[in-house]
Design a protein around this ligand. Structure first.
Ligand code: GRF
Length: 188
């Protein structure tokens, strides 16, 4: 994925008074999101991937809890958290993915959409469950794929949708306007 930290930037720039970004965590010391966070004056923490998912998950959750985080907001996070995170942050982990899930989960969603020749694609913000790119869908936005789109050009336009949508969803979660009931995301 782009991994430029642009979704974090959208959350920072959105400045929603109901959303407090208490810490920015990454397993990659060179992640651009960490620089964006530092520029915005946010605390950062690098949690090294230890090769052991349970241990890594424990340290991510602990770092988040130490920062008094109430939710985990993932973007471009290429590690799979152990189920313990799903129970510790029950219905409070969100992810953004550049396809209309359940189509094209996985690491190459934009390339896969182009290869499949779909005419419409989009982005999904979803609650995270124990499966990859899976869980109650909070919001989706779509756009038309142009005949001359490359994965790069398409991903650029999809990211505009991500930057509009993700802060809205995070704000709704913070305000209690978005919950999970019987495995479905409900807006109230
Ligand atoms: C986004 O396209 C997101 O959908 C995917 O990874 C990318 C991360 O982009 N999961 P950024 O680091 O927020 O710019």
């Amino acid at each position: 994925m782009s991994g430029s930290g642009s979704n974090l930037q959208a959350l920072i720039d959105g400045g929603d008074p109901d959303v407090e970004l208490v810490t920015v965590l990454s397993d990659l010391p060179e992640a651009p999101a960490l620089d964006r966070a530092r520029r915005a004056g946010l605390p950062v923490d690098v949690v090294d991937w230890s090769g052991d998912r349970a241990d890594f998950t424990e340290r991510i959750c602990q770092a988040a809890e130490d920062a008094r985080a109430e939710a985990l907001i993932l973007a471009g996070f290429m590690r799979i958290l152990a189920p313990s995170a799903i129970s510790r942050f029950k219905d409070r982990i969100l992810n953004v993915h550049p396809s209309l899930l359940p189509s094209f989960p996985g690491a190459r969603p934009v390339e896969s959409a182009i290869e499949a020749g779909v005419k419409v694609t989009g982005i999904t913000v979803h609650f995270v469950d124990e499966f990859v790119d899976h869980g109650p869908i909070a919001a989706q936005r779509c756009l038309a794929v142009d005949g001359d789109d490359t994965a790069e050009s398409l991903h650029r336009r999809l990211q505009v949708l991500e930057h509009e949508t993700y802060p809205e969803v995070v704000g709704a979660l913070a305000r209690g306007e978005l919950t999970v009931v019987d495995g479905r995301a409900i807006w109230t």
